[in-house]
Design a protein around this ligand. Sequence first.
Ligand code: SAH
Length: 246
Amino acid sequence: MTFRATILTLYPEMFPGPLGVSLAGRALGEGAWACETVQIRDFAADKHRTVDDTPAGGGAGMVLKVDVLARAIDHARTANPAAPVLAMTPRGKPLTQERVRELAAGPGVTILCGRFEGFDERIFAGREVEEVSIGDVILSGGEVAALVLLDACIRLIPGVMGAASSGVEESFENGLLEYPHYTRPNEWEGRTIPEVLRSGDHAKIAAWRQSQAEIDTRLRRPDLWERHCGARVQPASGARRKDEGK
Ligand code: SAH
């Protein structure tokens, strides 16, 4: 099955961009995923092909027009009906590896890229659109955010990455940051690779990696650590709740 990405944008020339090289580029060439763009401007109604207008209530910048967006979305939905429609916006739900994994297992995605001040809010009431943020930063447009989302999905498509296992141990896959990595030389500027990693004792190495992952997550990402600890106690209470319902 080909993962079909349809990108609604004012700058179609930005795709596949960096996803045309390396692993994603090879996968694109091999047909593991497809990249189609839709020019939002093609759905403007006037002879000037206007896609934006001044914000109601005043203020700086321009807002993407809801009627133009709706026509572009409706077109994309007809072209790729099985794919969920995602809109890139800092007001959206922060993207997670869990959501990326779900999307990568599906038929593809249609991605709406904003520009200027963003979208007329009514588009989210009028069309089924999932609002997605790639983090608490402001980009100049949704295209780079779409590339981030697509890159994360494409590397999970079966056959895209070399070793099938290399997607499984990554940071976030088990709710923790990954353990730190080292490679030769064994000594660099007086710093050596942790002794345990050279011991050849696989059980000891696995235990060290697990404890490093836990320590680093606790220190660097208290938010993830809290969720991880919560998730570990949850299955029991979840089971109890299920039993209570019987
Ligand atoms: N005025 C908006 C920001 C607009 S930035 C606000 O303050 O919320 C212009 C466009 O860039 C947005 O419409 C969106 O498509 C994209 N964008 C910017 N930051 C983003 C982020 N963190 N995640 C996803 N998309 C983003």
